[in-house]
Structures are given as C-alpha cells and as structure tokens.
Design a protein around this ligand. Structure first.
Ligand code: NAD
Ligand SMILES: O=C(O)C1=N[C@H](C(=O)O)CCC1
Length: 267
C-alpha cells in the first residue's frame, strides 16, 4: 500500500495545471492540500471556474502555502520567472519540487542543483513529462553518435513564453554528451536575415515554430551522406503529460538531490 503523498499545485488554472488538478485528485494515494494562484488568494478551490468542488485553500504566494499546508510535493506549472522562485522557496521549506515549468538556463540548473544538494532534498525538473518525447530525445541521442549533423525543429502553440522549448534544450544537451562541438553547414555560410539559421547550441541548430492549433511537437533531423533520419514526437493533448507528472511525484519522495529530465527516472 502506497503512503499518501500530499501535493500542492502552482498554476492550477493553466492548461497544464487543470490536467494536473484532475490527475492528482483522481489518484487515490495523492492528496491535493492546496493550490498557489496569484490571482485568487484567500479563495477556495471550488470558487474557481472549472475546478473540482473542494474546500481547499488557494494561496496567492508560495511561502504561506508551504507553512500552512506542509505538503510533501510542489508541482509547478506556471511560467519561467515564477517557476524558478517557487522551486527555491520549496527547497528552503523542505518541500520536494516537481517542476514542469520550462525556461531554466544552465546557470539556473547549476544553482538549484547545489541548493537541493545542500538541503538534501529531492527535486525534479522535467522539461517534458511525455514518455514518447523522452524516447524521441533518447533515440536522437543514440543516433547522433553515428549521424552527428543535427538540427532540431520544435513546434508549439502560440501562447508559449520561452524559446527554444525546454525539450529542445534538453535534446541538444543529451546530444552534446555523445558528440563533440562541431560547425554545421558551410564554413562560409551567412544569415542574410538574422535568425534564419535558428538558435545554436554547440553547433546544433534549433528552430522554434509558434502557431495556434499546435500543442507540443518536435522533430530531430540527422543528416548523413545520401540519407536523412527524422525522429519525431507529437503531443496531441496535455493528458499525454500526466503519467509522467504522476511518476515524478512518486519518485521525488525517494530522492535527496535534483534530477533534470524524466529520462533519468524511467526504467
Ligand atoms: N514539462 C512538460 O511536460 C510541460 C508540458 C506543457 C507545458 N509545460 C510548461 O509548463 C508551464 C505552464 O504551461 P501551460 O501551457 O499550462 O501555461 P498556461 O499559461 O496555460 O498556465 C500557466 C498558469 O500559471 C499561472 N501563474 C502565473 N503566475 C503565477 C503565480 N505567480 N502564481 C501562481 N500561478 C501563476 C497563470 O495564471 C496560468 O494559469 C510552461 O512553462 C510550459 O512550458 C511543460
Ligand atoms: O506547452 C508547452 O509550453 C510545453 N512546453 C514544454 C517544453 O518547453 O519543452 C514541453 C511541451 C509543452
């Protein structure tokens, strides 16, 4: 029998937050004990449109929420600047963060890795909770060893704040682990329109598309002489992320350090 895990969700009215509220309240060994929503401080969950009719407190900020509800886990699905603050506050209060919010830089990751180690507190930052996306990233990493010329095309809905996506950055990072930095394309190539060749990480080009109608999609293209390998993943809806969120909530309880990426916890 699993011990009940008490959970707080930040960003419950968002596209991901709503799915997470539904998943957590429908999982027998999880207990939602409160939510963090800057616009509804002092209300109850039931007062917010589309939320379950539950008498759970809504907090406008994280610290009071942690002090009063004493949750095991924070699930953050907000926006980059807010997610970073919530993560650090959670660690400082001994609450294990599961961060789906993207937009973390290398420097952010280094700082919070050190903080989690110092606090000996479990934490997970997962740029993509969909198992298919994790497989796409791992397959791309495997392939890049043999086909090191890589470009990433990520496509998301047009309400997304950060670019490139957390998934694209994570994919590029995984690829840099198996290939040396290299200049791709012609050595004399130039951009006649700035940005035409996309963003760049250690030679890997990343192109970000934002359009209404999209959810979350990525294609990794690997080119070799006379051949092209294309590895692609599509999230059609946000329920695709929920098994990963559930796994992270369960797993973070067993950790005493920060893990960056779902690929490090799936078996
Ligand atoms: N890891 C993944 O698999 C995954 C999947 C989808 C989205 N995301 C990321 O999750 C985040 C949320 O995505 P979304 O599509 O749900 O966005 P969204 O804009 O629909 O929702 C964000 C919510 O955060 C709330 N918010 C803003 N500031 C807040 C604050 N100070 N306190 C509490 N709540 C606050 C907003 O009111 C909004 O309801 C983004 O960073 C996105 O990139 C990650
Ligand atoms: O909808 C978003 O925003 C998503 N963000 C993540 C990313 O930046 O990679 C994952 C997929 C959805």
């Amino acid at each position: 029998m699993n011990k009940t895990i008490s959970v707080v969700i930040a960003g419950p009215r968002g596209k991901m937050g709503r799915e997470a509220v539904s998943m957590v309240t429908n999982t027998p060994h999880f207990q939602l004990v409160g939510v963090i929503d800057h616009k509804h401080d002092g209300k109850l969950l039931r007062d917010m449109e589309g939320m379950p009719a539950m008498d759970l407190p809504v907090y406008g900020e994280a610290e009071r929420c942690f002090l009063e509800t004493k949750p095991d886990v924070l699930v953050d699905l907000t926006k980059p600047d807010v997610g970073k603050v919530h993560l650090e506050k959670a660690l400082n209060h001994g609450v294990r963060p599961v961060i789906g919010t993207t937009g973390f830089s290398k420097e952010d990751l280094a700082r919070v890795t050190a903080l989690a180690a110092d606090k000996e507190c479990g934490a997970i930052i997962a740029p993509n909770f969909a198992v298919g996306a994790v497989l796409m990233m791992k397959f791309a990493q495997m392939a890049a060893k043999y086909l090191p010329d890589v470009e990433i095309i990520e496509k998301h809905h047009d309400q997304k704040l950060d670019a490139p996506s957390g998934t694209a950055l994570k994919t590029a990072q995984l690829i840099t682990e198996v290939r040396s930095p290299k200049k791709q394309g012609h050595q004399d190539e130039r951009e006649d329109l700035p940005g035409a060749r996309g963003a760049e990480m250690e030679g890997i080009r990343i192109h970000s598309v934002r359009l209404p109608g999209l959810v979350a999609h990525q294609e990794v293209l690997l080119g070799g002489e006379g051949q092209l390998l294309s590895i692609k993943h599509d999230s059609m809806n946000r329920t695709s992320f929920m098994p990963g969120v559930k796994l992270c909530i369960e797993t973070v309880m067993k950790l005493d350090h920060l893990v960056y990426g779902l690929e490090n916890i799936i078996e």
